[in-house]
Design a binder for this molecule. Structure first.
Ligand code: PLP
Length: 403
């Protein structure tokens, strides 16, 4: 048993960077004033919130007053989409994709109940490698389209969509454009002065800040309707006393992200590639899910045919290796991920998919350890798999789900 945690589940959440934690701590103890207060004690906190906003804006090449603090990526997504619909009361068509995070997918599927109006939602299909067809996207836009919501990078495969081109197309048709960039921020360079999105969602806990803090970028001039109506905070764009410590921590995390972006795209990418190539070479019937290059530098999603992803995770857990599987055991049935299904990944492969998502804190020794431990785990599980036996040894197995 390895006593050290090998954490390769950074698309699920990240560790709070030590520098971020240190920056946050005084705002839980000595500096507890309300940033809106008139007194000096609160005012000094307010100034730190202003500085944090500036740091976040710098990472995105946005202006500070284009940023609205929220509680998470999910709130940013909901705010953007509902605001886009309110800005276009006569239009009830939304364009999105089949591979969005539930924060967008489930919201779009709930709009009729939520608003009391009937909406038409186009969920664009993806290719086998997880990429989008731009021509099909362009054709999906109509005079009835109120807003497009397409993620910048996919959380399961890391596949990156051509957001700059897509936003430009929407803008040329006078349609609002939202991108869920929760997985992109801090991993690839972002320049919002060059990408004409109206709304852009960020989540702190994906880039080494705390859980429970998000940002919604709203382009200057884009009509905006608040999701949380209350006090004057965020210039009336989001009521509720600010999550001061987390905002200040996110400012620090963005400063660190700017410093680490080259490392993400060189060192982290090299580690990811070593892990991915090693797994594909050492393990038979291993398949990469997602485009080889149009991908986040930290993410690899590999299917090991004829085994259950959850069984693999449990075995990895014995070695303190943290990863994710592309299937979730829900109400007794093992549903493969909607992302892999949209990519047409066969049933036998979708069930055995594992996502490793790295960060700047991972090391080559950790990659080597996984490359040593995972191949025998897969071999052992396949020995017990009726599907593997059927396909490789001519024996007939049972129904297969060991949920
Ligand atoms: N969007 C994407 C692409 C995500 O990966 C996640 C989290 O996994 C979210 C939205 C939701 O973010 P949060 O957990 O901050 O609500």
């Amino acid at each position: 048993m390895n006593d050290k945690i090998i954490y390769m589940d950074n698309n699920a959440t990240t560790r709070v960077a030590p520098e971020v934690l240190e920056t946050m701590l005084p705002y839980f103890s000595d500096l507890y004033g309300n940033p809106s207060s008139m007194h000096t004690f609160g005012g000094q906190v307010g100034r730190k919130v202003v500085e944090a906003r500036e740091k976040i804006a710098r990472l995105l090449n946005a202006t500070p007053d284009e940023l609205v603090f929220t509680s998470c990526g999910t709130e940013s997504d909901s705010t953007a989409i509902l605001s886009g619909l309110q800005a276009n009361p006569g239009k009830r068509h939304i364009v999105t994709t089949r591979v969005e995070h539930p924060a967008v997918k489930n919201l779009c599927e709930s709009l009729d109940t939520l608003t009391g109006h009937k909406h038409r939602v186009t969920q664009l299909p993806v290719e086998q490698d997880g990429t989008l067809d731009l021509e099909r996207y362009e054709k999906s836009l109509t005079d009835e389209t109120a807003i497009v919501s397409v993620m910048w990078a996919n959380n399961e495969t890391g596949v990156i969509f051509p957001i700059k081109e897509m936003a430009q197309i929407a803008r040329s048709r006078g349609i609002l454009f939202h991108t869920d960039a929760v997985q992109a921020v801090g991993k690839i360079p972002i320049d919002l002065s060059d990408v004409e999105v109206d709304f852009f969602s960020v989540s702190g806990h994906k880039l080494h800040a705390a859980k429970g803090i998000g940002v919604l970028y709203v382009r200057k001039g884009t009509p905006f309707y608040p999701f949380l109506i209350g006090g004057h905070q965020e210039h009336g764009r989001r009521g509720g006393t600010e999550n001061v410590a987390s905002i200040i921590g996110l400012g620090k995390a963005c400063e660190l992200a700017a410093k680490h972006i080259t490392k993400e795209n060189t060192t982290v990418r090299a580690l990811r590639d070593k892990l991915e190539n090693g797994l594909l070479e050492k393990i038979p019937n291993a398949i990469l899910n997602g485009h080889k290059t149009e991908r986040l530098p930290n993410t690899t999603n590999v299917s090991f045919e004829f085994v259950e992803g959850e069984a693999i995770l449990l075995h990895l857990d014995r070695f303190n290796i943290c990863a994710s599987s592309g299937s979730a055991c829900t109400s007794g049935s093992l549903e493969p991920s909607h992302v892999l299904r949209a990519m047409g990944v066969p049933f036998t492969a979708a069930h055995g998919s594992i996502r490793f998502s790295l960060s700047v804190y991972n090391t080559e020794d950790e990659v080597d350890f996984i490359l040593e431990k995972l191949p025998p785990i897969i071999a052992e599980l396949r020995e017990m798999s009726p599907f593997w036996k059927t396909s490789h040894k001519g024996r007939v197995g049972g129904s297969g789900c060991k949920c």
